[in-house]
Design a binder for this molecule. Structure first.
Ligand code: ZN
Length: 141
């Protein structure tokens, strides 16, 4: 269940950065330009856009593009405080299942958690990743 939560000014900045990132998208097949901007727990911001491919399965979503850049910069300890997703569509663009699992891999396991911001049928929402992907897969050692 997605609960509606207020969006802070910091998160509004992420939304605006995700819109900018989406303008760089390589989307000749779907013509759907998606952008994502994430804030790490350390306070750094990374963005990404979707990059499509003629072999559709090789397409990379904006969210994963941003997350992989964040890992490249902060290393394996990178944790996501918030990630905003936007697209040039009239319909809502929630993160796909694959991206939800990748976001969950880098969940902030503190009180603030990891928030995912996107336009839903009810407007802009910011649920925690656990609400979007309950019981997500984790490798326990
Ligand atoms: Zn995705």
């Amino acid at each position: 269940m997605e609960k509606k939560k207020s969006i802070s000014a910091q998160f509004k900045n992420l939304i605006s950065l995700s819109v900018s990132a989406g303008k760089k998208a390589y989307a000749p097949y779907s013509n759907l330009h998606v952008g994502a901007a994430l804030l790490t727990v350390k306070g750094r911001i990374f963005s990404g856009c979707n990059v499509e491919n003629a072999s559709f399965g090789l397409t990379c979503c904006a969210e994963r593009n941003a997350i992989f850049q964040a890992v490249r910069e902060e290393g394996p300890g990178m944790k996501i405080r918030a990630i905003a997703i936007s697209a040039d569509s009239k319909f809502p663009i929630p993160p796909c299942g694959a991206c939800r699992q990748v976001i969950a891999e880098f969940v902030a396991k503190d009180k603030e958690g990891t928030v995912v911001i996107f336009k839903s049928e009810k407007g802009l929402i910011g649920p925690r990743i656990e609400e979007l992907l309950p019981g997500f897969f984790e490798m326990k050692s």
